[in-house]
Write a protein that binds this ligand. Structure first.
Ligand code: HPA
Ligand code: ZN
Length: 326
């Protein structure tokens, strides 16, 4: 139908994407071989079969395991390059990508390894086809406040490359307020702020992201629908929610795409966007997420256009840059 062609051809922005979550099984196996990293998979098929998750944690275990093959500058370059090529293919003209420094620094791989790799691919894509991209440095919330402060400190020579900080990993038991002081410091340093909240966690975690972390966007936020006051607050502030439909199904946040609340959130007047989260683990890049919604929810071409427009409105682009795409 018309919707399919529309989805593919519309210029879109992607605002919730973990670069480590774009590691395809093929590249994972190649790098495991290159660096002699032992993985519990013998074939590509094994890897895909293992990607069957019950919840966020069961995914995170394999996501951190997969990331252990990323060792040298070239690996990070290749990871980023492959993803940016995907953006070109899908008309994702602007992307705001999260990276998880602690996933690498905890293994002894420093900012001086991954940042130059990312930068080289981003500059090349910008030069070759005008790809627009920026980085969000995300703290692992299952680690301590002190570890987050150390990460912010270690990042200092590279902060010119970082637009914002984020908060990801195991949500339950690690509420946003645990990082209030880290986010206050990041704000002082001129960094913008986002946080995962209300993916598995309750509405109280979304309130905490707003009030204690001063965020500009909520990553996921689908559980906001359980709190009418919160919905009203998010709507009146036009606080963006970066919703990730395929992720939500793979991690059992909703039983089936038919039950996804994205359209309900949109109808409630919220600033909803569609995103891929960890495409190689969840079975699809950005356009696949739009297609999956269109296949299972009563989505019109107008909805698709609104969602694509929202992706720019909710971005960190300047008003002038936004106007170019709206
Ligand atoms: N949620 C929390 N942490 C994450 C995710 C996610 O969807 N992806 C990568 N780290
Ligand atoms: Zn995420």
């Amino acid at each position: 139908p018309a919707t399919t062609a529309l989805i593919n051809s519309l210029p879109k922005a992607e605002l919730h994407l973990h670069i480590e979550g774009t590691l395809e099984p093929e590249l994972m196996m190649l790098l495991a071989e290159k660096h002699q990293v032992a993985l519990p998979y013998s074939t590509i098929e094994d890897v895909r079969l293992a990607y069957n998750f019950d919840n966020l944690q069961s995914f995170l275990d394999l996501y951190y395991l997969g990331a252990s093959v990323l060792c040298d500058e070239d690996d990070f370059y290749r990871l980023m390059w492959d993803y940016l090529c995907k953006c070109k293919e899908e008309n994702v003209v602007h992307v705001e990508m999260m990276f998880d420094p602690q996933t690498h620094t905890e293994r002894g791989i420093g900012f001086d390894v991954f940042m130059p790799g990312f930068a080289r691919a981003m500059a090349q894509a910008e030069k070759e086809w005008g790809q627009s991209s920026l980085l969000i440095m995300s703290f692992l919330r299952h680690l301590s406040e002190q570890s987050a402060f150390e990460t912010l400190d270690a990042a200092s020579p590279y902060l010119f490359m970082v637009s914002a900080v984020g908060l990801d990993s195991s949500e339950l038991g690690n509420p946003p307020e645990k990082f209030a002081r880290v986010f206050a410091k990041a704000k002082e340093l001129g960094l913008l702020r986002v946080a995962h909240a209300g993916e598995e966690g309750p509405p109280a975690y979304i309130w905490s992201a707003l009030n204690d972390l001063n965020v500009h966007r909520i990553d996921h936020g689908v559980r906001s629908i359980e709190d009418a006051m919160l919905v009203q607050e998010l709507a009146s502030r036009q606080m963006p929610l970066t919703v990730c439909p395929l992720s939500n199904i793979k991690l059992c946040v909703f039983g089936h795409m038919r039950e996804h609340n994205l359209l309900s959130l949109l109808d409630l007047g919220l600033m909803v966007t569609v995103n891929a989260d960890d495409p190689s683990y969840f079975g699809g890049y950005l356009n696949d997420n739009y297609h999956a919604l269109a296949a299972h929810l009563p989505i019109t071409d107008e909805h698709i256009k609104t969602l694509a427009a929202n992706s720019f409105k909710a971005s960190f682009l300047s008003e002038e840059q936004k106007a170019h795409w709206l």
